[in-house]
Every structure is written in C-alpha cells, then in structure tokens.
Design a protein around this ligand. Structure first.
Ligand SMILES: [Cu+2]
Length: 407
C-alpha cells in the first residue's frame, strides 16, 4: 500500500485490514472444515448416512456470530468514513475543477495551478466541481476518493503529516484521454507554501514586450494578428521577408532584425514597408535602448510565443484536446484554423461551409455543440462562463496561429 500520510484516514487502512483479516479467516475456516468433512464422512469411514435434524444452539451460533461480525465490520467502516467526512472548522479551501482531461486548482486569492500545492499539517477542504462529465478526485496516498458530478457541489478534505509529492488521479472513466488526468499533490512547508501562493507570476519577458507595445500605443495602428487596417501586422515579424523602400526610392528585400526594428521605431520614415505610407510617428528617443531591445526581442520571437491567450488556453485545458502544431487530436489543431474553410453540421443537422472568423471561433468556444466540424464528435465542453475578455484572448491566440496566406 501507499504510505499513509493522512491521520484522519488511518481508519480506512484499519477497516481494510480488519475486513481482509476476517475474509482470510473465513476462507481458511470453511476450507479446513470442508476438507475435514470430506475425510471424516468418506463412505469407508461412515458407510451409513445419518440424518441430523435441527440444533437450536448451532442455529443461534450461526445467526448471531455472523451478525456480530457484519456489524463490527460496518462499525470500523463507518467510524473511518465519518472521520474523513467531518471537515475541520477553518480548514483552508481550494476549489478543484475536473474537466476533460486535466485539473485546475484555484486558491482563495485567485491563484490557479495545475498541481495541488498544500502546506504540511494543515487541513485542506476541497470543493469539487466538474465542467463536463463525471470525474473522480483520487489521491491514493490520502485514501481520498470522491466523485465530481455535473451540477452537484461535492467536497472532501485532506491533511498531510509528511512533505512530499503524491499522485492525483481521476478514478472515473471519462473518455478518450481519461488516463491523462494525472497530476501531483505537492505537500510543502508552510513557509514555502506562503511564498508560492502569494507569488505574482513574474512578468515574463514576453509579457513585458507586450505591455511596452501597449504602453506606447503601438496597437493603435498595429495588430498582432492578421488584420492590417492602418499598419502592417507585427505578427511573426521575425520570420518574414519583406520588401521595403529605401530613402532613394529603390526597393529591397529584407528580413527584419533588431537593427531594422530599432530604426523602424526611431525614424520610421527612413525605410518604408512597401505598400504603406509614412504614417508612423517617429519615436526618436522617447523609448530607451533597453525598452526597444525588449520590444524587438518580443516582436522577433513572433510575438505569439506566450501571449495571454496561449497561457489561458493552457490553463483552461484546451490543449488537452487541441494542439498548436497542426496535429489533429480530439479536436482540430489551432494551427491554421483561423481563416480556413470549415465544413460541418449544425446542431439540427444542417451542413455548413464557412470561413473561420471571429464570430465562428467565438461560438465554437461558448457553444461548441452548435457547429460541429466534419470528422469530429460533439465532445467539447461549453466554456460559457469565462471571465470577461477571456474569449477574446483565446480568439486572439487562435488568430495568431492562422496560416499567413489565409487572409
Ligand atoms: Cu476524469
């Protein structure tokens, strides 16, 4: 058995051992009696069968004894069950969401995580919910297993007396990738826990680049997706080859690099992107060298590596069913999805053919059963309760993975 680290669940092991003990005892007793009778009443030793009729004392024994045994077994089970169902007052609360096919743990301060991190020696109450089908939250080392049923709020609690990492499984078969629903319970010292739970996500370099672009108003004209209304899109700048017009009017093919971006921002009029007018304000020294460096690095990485939508898609479990590299999974890959032609059937069976635009993607996220693309089943849970702006971020992310010639 797994090491036992949850004191209140000790009774579970006890109940198990007691029941196992009785079962083995009864198996042995019945087998031995049977063999003895075979031997004792063999016709060579007992040639004349006799008919035994009634024995009050025997009947009392075989009624009362098993009743006592069964009641005793019930008692051991009941007491250990009660200990695990009595959630201590003031226990720390963590919301656990199960979904096809990943876990999300949300703490009181809003922090979310894919792993369950808890402080040692602290009772933790788990509010269990599911986004789609029935899952079951199972921590073998804690002897804790409790179903998560759609539309029902269930809960469980646990507490560890030992620091360490333990497995968390889904114990209810929930579809194709049920086996992927594995994550970790990390039991850490209180101090480490406090640091972890209060840590603000370090603004990744990418996010810094993004926020600088926002701060300096670059997005007033530029987009990070395929739309190019008042300026060329900055998406995937690093992997483009572009035709620019030099000050003397000649055309040249270039691959944007850091120096080019620096110059494009400091004196945009010097080199123009072919097809665009000299509309961009010159930023001159408004931006420091360092700021420009961060921006350029971000833009050269494609600006799509880890945008907010990508982080969100990962957090919400989209990537359990969708890929970003073109391999089709349970759902179609996000790569090249935006702007491509989609064929499928609506909920009432009408075939459709259309181009995946913002509206289509929006509907696909909040009401996935409405349009189901050919070759796929209506398996996606509806994400109709996301925070405001989240769907837009997800759309932005899917857009950033569009094929460049889709527009
Ligand atoms: Cu599951």
């Amino acid at each position: 058995m797994y090491p036992q680290i949850f004191t209140a669940a000790k009774g579970v092991d006890q109940a198990f051992l007691i029941i196992l003990g009785f079962a083995v005892f009864i198996l042995v007793a019945v087998t031995v009696t049977m063999i003895y009778f075979l031997w004792r009443y063999h016709y060579t030793r007992n040639p004349k069968p006799t008919n035994i009729e009634g024995s009050i004392s025997l009947e009392i024994i075989w009624t009362v004894l098993p009743t006592l045994i069964v009641l005793g077994l019930f008692w051991t089970g009941w007491t250990s069950f009660k200990a695990m169902r009595t959630i201590p007052e003031g226990a720390m609360t963590v919301a656990v969401e199960g979904r096809m096919w990943s876990w999300r743990f949300t703490y009181d301060n809003g922090k979310t995580s894919k792993e369950l991190v808890i402080p040692v020696d602290t009772p933790v109450k788990l509010d269990l919910t599911t986004r789609d089908v029935i899952h079951s939250f199972y921590v073998p080392a804690m002897r804790v297993k409790w179903d998560m049923v759609p539309g029902m709020d269930t809960n469980a609690w646990l507490q560890s007396d030992t620091v360490g990492d333990y497995d968390i499984f889904c114990a209810e078969y929930c579809g194709l990738k049920h086996a992927d629903m594995i994550t970790l319970l990390r039991v850490v010292e209180q101090e480490d826990f406090d640091n972890w739970v209060n840590a603000k996500a370090e603004p990744a370099e990418e996010e810094l680049g993004m926020s600088l672009l926002e701060e300096f108003g670059c997005f007033e004209c530029h987009s990070m997706d395929l739309s190019e209304e008042s300026a060329p899109s900055l998406l995937d700048l690093g992997s483009r080859e572009e035709t620019v017009i030099l000050p003397d009017g000649t055309e040249k093919k270039i691959k944007p690099d850091e120096a080019y971006i620096r110059q494009s921002v400091r004196e945009p009029g010097a080199i123009l992107v072919k097809g665009w007018d000299d509309m961009m304000p010159a930023y001159g020294d408004e931006l420091s060298d360092a700021q420009l460096g961060v921006m350029a690095a971000y833009l050269l990485k494609g600006g799509q590596g880890k945008n907010k939508g990508a982080v969100l898609a990962d957090e919400l479990g989209c990537m359990g069913c969708h890929s970003d590299d073109g391999t089709d999974d349970v759902g179609p890959s996000f790569l090249g999805l935006y702007g491509s032609e989609r064929k499928g059937k609506t909920a009432d069976g009408k075939p459709y053919t259309l181009k995946a635009d913002d509206d289509y993607i929006h509907k696909a996220i909040v009401d996935p059963s409405a349009d189901v693309p050919d070759g796929y089943e209506d398996q996606m849970p509806a994400f109709d309760d996301l925070e405001p702006g989240s769907v837009e971020q997800l759309i932005g992310y899917i857009k950033s993975l569009a094929k460049k010639d889709a527009e």
